[in-house]
Ligand binder design. Structure first.
Ligand SMILES: Cc1cc2nc3c(=O)[nH]c(=O)nc-3n(C[C@H](O)[C@H](O)[C@H](O)COP(=O)(O)OP(=O)(O)OC[C@H]3O[C@@H](n4cnc5c(N)ncnc54)[C@H](O)[C@@H]3O)c2cc1C
Length: 375
């Protein structure tokens, strides 16, 4: 089987790894000119740790674990009001997303054809295969095409329809960037909540930088940097603590990234020979902390079913069957998170409850999946 994958971040390379291990041929087309260097830390727990172990990358990931420790929750004057235990946001293992994507790329580059700096332009499928035309490269025909190209998936737009039919905006937007560590933070971070808007500052590495995260109620913000930074400034102009200094640093900051909090919900994750995986199919939003796990487990199950079922149609059906409940649970929890933050003062009792829930043995992180690793 010859599979074209769009997207070389998490779901795409993980899928290529498992497809190759099951004897299939893969090509990955990625719009960026190289493996994307940016992104906030992402974390893993439960079943995802097992799957990463089966992929043989856990030791290397552990070597790139972030330095983040507990976050101090501060009031508007910078006085500590509580401690946010690491379990809430860092799982069993937390790594910068850029390290994860590079490790997955290194794992797959010898057995997968990578095409950087390109994108699928058209998809046409019939009973024998899918023809893909690209922005730059010559067209090709594949047995299957899988969109692992994120929240704003091009494969979803081409094969299923326009994005607005499948995305559910959550009424919030977020902006992140890196800036010099002028607060001299070490192994720790700060979190400040001002009613319905939040700001976090975290040390990810000992590289003299901190990562800043702003989240606030917003909808329909234009997709250009000036409008996005202006929306952040307006939302936070009355907020105290270090916010004025962080807003001043924002225009000069590196790695600025902005988006609206959205989830993707679809009645089917496949149409004919085209399927979706990761954020493209079932984005849960950054509110969950489980998007990367969903991408990794989605890739694992999709490849496993393709290698065990007689037809790709049955495989796509079984893939959905295995993961629908897991995704629905995560999406429900993420939808409740912004309101939960702003509903009550963030006391130490509330933070301790959140930490205890993150450790729960029955949590969604311990999803039961078939073992496809010994096929
Ligand atoms: C601010 C923020 C914080 C987060 N925090 C966490 C966290 O703590 N824990 C966690 O588990 N998850 C977290 N997530 C979610 C996590 O990053 C995603 O769920 C995960 O990266 C999904 O992986 P993916 O491979 O499906 O998609 P993505 O990582 O979005 O990758 C999509 C890839 O497709 C490429 N692409 C896009 N369009 C095209 C095209 N037309 N042609 C070719 N390639 C294309 C992109 O360049 C990219 O490389 C966070 C996300 C954000 C935005």
């Amino acid at each position: 089987m010859n599979v074209l994958i769009s997207g070389a971040s998490v779901a795409g390379p993980a899928l290529a790894y498992w497809l190759h291990r099951h004897g299939m041929q893969t090509t990955i087309v990625e719009r960026a000119p190289e493996v994307r260097p940016g992104g906030l830390p992402v974390d893993f727990r439960g079943t995802t740790m097992r799957v990463l172990g089966e992929m043989g990358v856990l030791d290397e990931l552990r070597a790139h674990a972030t330095n983040s420790g507990a976050r101090t929750v501060v009031d508007t004057n910078g006085n500590p009001v509580g401690t946010m235990p690491k379990e809430i946001f860092a799982g069993e293992l937390e790594v910068p997303k850029a390290d994860l994507t590079r490790i997955l790329y290194d794992l797959t580059k010898d057995n997968t054809e990578y095409v950087f700096g390109d994108s699928i332009r058209t998809l046409t499928q019939d009973a024998s295969g899918v023809r893909a035309e690209f922005e730059h490269h010559a067209p090709g025909t594949f047995d299957l095409v899988i969109g692992a190209d994120g929240l704003h998936s091009q494969v979803r737009a081409l094969a299923f329809g326009q994005e607005t039919h499948f995305t559910d905006p959550m009424g919030y937007a977020f902006g992140t960037f890196s800036t010099p560590n002028y607060l001299n933070l070490r192994d720790t971070g700060f979190f400040h909540l001002a009613s319905d808007r939040a700001v976090a500052v975290d040390v990810v590495r000992d590289d003299g930088e901190v990562m800043v995260f702003f989240m606030f109620p917003a909808q329909g913000v234009q997709r250009n940097r000036d409008a996005q930074q202006s929306a952040i400034r307006t939302a936070f102009e009355e907020v105290g603590w270090e916010v004025p200094a962080l807003l001043e640093a924002m225009p000069k900051a590196t790695g600025f990234y902005f988006d609206e909090l959205s989830q993707v919900t679809m009645s089917s994750w496949s149409t004919g020979r085209v399927a979706l995986v990761g954020d493209a199919a079932f984005c849960v939003s950054p509110m969950s902390g489980r998007g990367t796990s969903q991408a990794l487990l989605g890739a694992y199950v999709l490849a496993g079913e393709l290698s065990t079922q007689d037809t790709f149609e049955t495989a796509f059906g079984e893939y959905e069957h295995a993961l629908r409940d897991y995704v629905a649970t995560n999406q429900k929890a993420a939808r409740m998170a912004p309101a939960a933050f702003s509903a009550a003062p963030l006391t130490q009792d509330v933070l301790d409850e959140m930490a205890a829930a993150s450790k729960g043995v029955d949590s969604a992180d311990n999803v039961t999946l078939k073992d496809y690793s010994n096929l």
